[in-house]
Design a protein around this ligand. Structure first.
Ligand SMILES: [Zn+2]
Length: 91
């Protein structure tokens, strides 16, 4: 893992169960990020569950607050926070 990438991970417990925390406000582009353990690219937009599966979602109001996913390849659990607040444009 590069140093720049390592800075994105605020918290990484290296003993099982491996849980990492990623603040999505620190990612760029469309939110894809590599698994901290095996490096597989995880896309939050991916709904196929080929790469990861969702373990838990926490929602505040209409906004997604927290998502806990598990990498299918290495079983690392990743806690995603910092979701963009969706614009409410109800006309
Ligand atoms: Zn992985």
């Amino acid at each position: 893992m590069s140093e720049k990438l390592a800075q994105k991970w605020r918290e990484c417990k290296l003993k099982p169960p491996l849980v990492c925390e990623l603040d999505l406000t620190r990612t760029r582009g469309d939110g894809d990020f590599p698994c901290p353990n095996c490096g597989v690219i995880i896309s939050p937009e991916d709904e196929t569950e080929d790469v990861y599966r969702i373990l838990e979602t926490k929602v505040r109001g209409q906004a997604l607050e927290e998502l806990i996913i598990q990498c299918n390849k290495c079983a690392t659990r990743i806690r995603l926070i910092g979701f963009p607040i969706p614009e409410t444009d109800n006309l």
